[in-house]
Design a protein around this ligand. Structure first.
Ligand code: 2NL
Length: 378
């Protein structure tokens, strides 16, 4: 009869009626445990799961023998010891205690061996030397375009502008009509661009960040002093200086007493902050539907100081951005009073400014994210 079955019965049921029989039954149990244990110790698997496997079979042995509920020793306590006749109780108790001590000591010893073996067999690569310096992970740098944006924010924040952002998907109203660009206006030609198919009302990718300036004026009364950074999209044939997307920052200042002098003064201040204190500016007449008058802002070349070089194509001047006094027609779309208000606005290509300042000659270099390029602007 296997031990397990014997321990589910009482001594009386087993016909054990003398101390000698009790002792020999415990002897058999002890041998059985030793066999279990040595079978387990022969289970050997390689690999990093070695410890887990050994621990699991050790734990199974532990549960079989000294598990609180179903372990063999608990069964002996319940079935042999408790109902034992008085003349056998003493010897059963003694034998049980000895067996228990043997099982516990053996298990404890085994457990130590398992842990020691795992420690020895852990491959070198899995051991951690806490005294070594940590792995250094390069944290990267800010992209040149982002760096340029931050420089622009610094300049405009320092003279009282706030930074406002808005959606890249816009309606034709905010992108065109409210900026005084009616449907068949020629200014739409190079902008008439990426329309979003499938939406119930027409949507498009904004061609400038001006829509957000319109939205800001709709929402808040003057004075307004904001710059709006962001990606804009236009129909351009990609080449060294053009892509279908570029980064823009537009600025808008509207108040009751803003003059052309404020405009020119702001432009001058910006150019000196961005390109250096010796920089001078000039305005060339230009045209935008949303400004009147409009101008292209040129700065003296920061490479040659104005004497002529490769960067300025021997002219001494570099075109920086387009700007002008806000066309009063725009105020009509946002319920601002054109009789009382005036202001100036500008739009800068940030990629262009970055390329000028840092001598980058090809737009694709900015967006391929080749680390050999990026590393040059830490
Ligand atoms: C360019 C020129 C410009 C503006 C943008 C603007 C916005 C409002 C009202 C009036 Cl809400 N003007 N923006 C004005 C002049 C020039 O951009 O070449 N950008 C890349």
């Amino acid at each position: 009869m296997p031990t397990n079955d014997r321990t589910t019965k009482t001594l009386a049921q087993l016909g054990v009626d003398s101390p000698e029989k009790v002792v020999s039954d415990f002897k058999r149990l002890r041998e059985e445990f030793d066999t279990h244990n040595s079978n387990m110790s022969r289970v050997r698997v390689g690999g990093s799961n070695q410890w887990v496997t050994e621990f699991n079979s050790w734990d199974a042995l532990r549960l079989d023998w000294i598990g609180r509920k179903w372990g063999i020793l608990s069964q002996i306590t319940d079935n042999w010891l408790k109902p034992a006749p008085p003349e056998l109780k003493r010897v059963v108790g003694q034998e049980l205690n000895q067996l228990k001590a043997h099982v516990e000591a053996t298990l404890e010893e085994r457990r130590k061996q398992i842990d020691a073996a795992a420690e020895q067999s852990t491959p070198a690569r899995e051991k951690i030397d806490l005294s070594l310096p940590g792995i250094q992970r390069p944290i990267g740098t800010r992209h040149l375009v982002r760096q340029t944006y931050e420089e622009l924010f610094r300049i405009f924040l320092s003279i009282g502008f706030s930074v406002v952002e808005g959606p890249e998907i816009e309606t034709p109203y905010y992108n065109f009509e409210a900026l005084n660009i009616p449907e068949h206006h020629p200014a739409r030609d190079n902008m008439d661009t990426f329309y979003i198919a499938g939406s119930r009302s027409p949507h498009l990718l904004r061609t400038h960040t001006s829509p957000m300036q319109i939205r800001t004026m709709e929402k808040q009364p003057p004075p307004v002093r904001i710059v709006v950074p962001g990606k804009v999209y236009r129909r351009d044939n990609p080449d060294a200086t053009h892509g279908y997307m570029f980064h823009q920052i537009e600025g808008l200042a509207v108040d009751t007493d803003i003059t052309f002098c404020d405009f020119k003064g702001t432009v001058d201040h910006f150019a000196r902050e961005f390109l250096g204190p010796k920089t001078k500016t000039r305005l060339r007449p230009s045209y935008f539907p949303f400004t009147e008058p409009s101008a292209e802002v040129d700065a003296t070349c920061h490479m040659c100081g104005g004497s002529g070089c490769r960067v300025c194509k021997q002219s001494g001047w570099i075109e920086l951005f387009g700007a002008g006094m806000v066309n009063p027609a725009v105020y009509g779309f946002v319920n601002y009073d054109p009789q009382r208000l005036s202001g100036f606005a500008f739009g800068m290509g940030v990629d262009r400014l970055a390329m000028l300042k840092y001598g980058v000659t090809e737009v694709p270099l900015l967006f391929q994210n080749d680390v050999r390029f990026l590393r040059q602007f830490p």
